[in-house]
Design a protein around this ligand. Structure first.
Ligand SMILES: [Zn+2]
Length: 69
């Protein structure tokens, strides 16, 4: 992680790292309990990844999941 050379990182990234050090959400600044994003931003970020990469939600009994009886 680049923290010492603050001249070469963007203002946005610097803010994200500051929020990360304060255990706050990197997207909205709300307390996140040591995680990168707060619960609502986690959902937003997950939905964005699904849309971008055509991933789908985990399904019980699906590929790589325990079988349901
Ligand atoms: Zn958030």
């Amino acid at each position: 992680m680049k923290t010492e050379n603050t001249d070469s990182i963007s203002k946005q990234r610097r803010w994200q790292l500051k929020m990360k050090n304060d255990n706050r959400c990197q997207q909205c600044g709300e307390p996140s309990g040591g995680k990168a994003h707060c619960p609502s931003c986690s959902v937003k970020s997950r939905e964005a990844v699904r849309k971008r990469n055509n991933f789908k939600a985990k399904v019980d009994g699906g590929r790589g999941r325990p079988q349901i009886y």
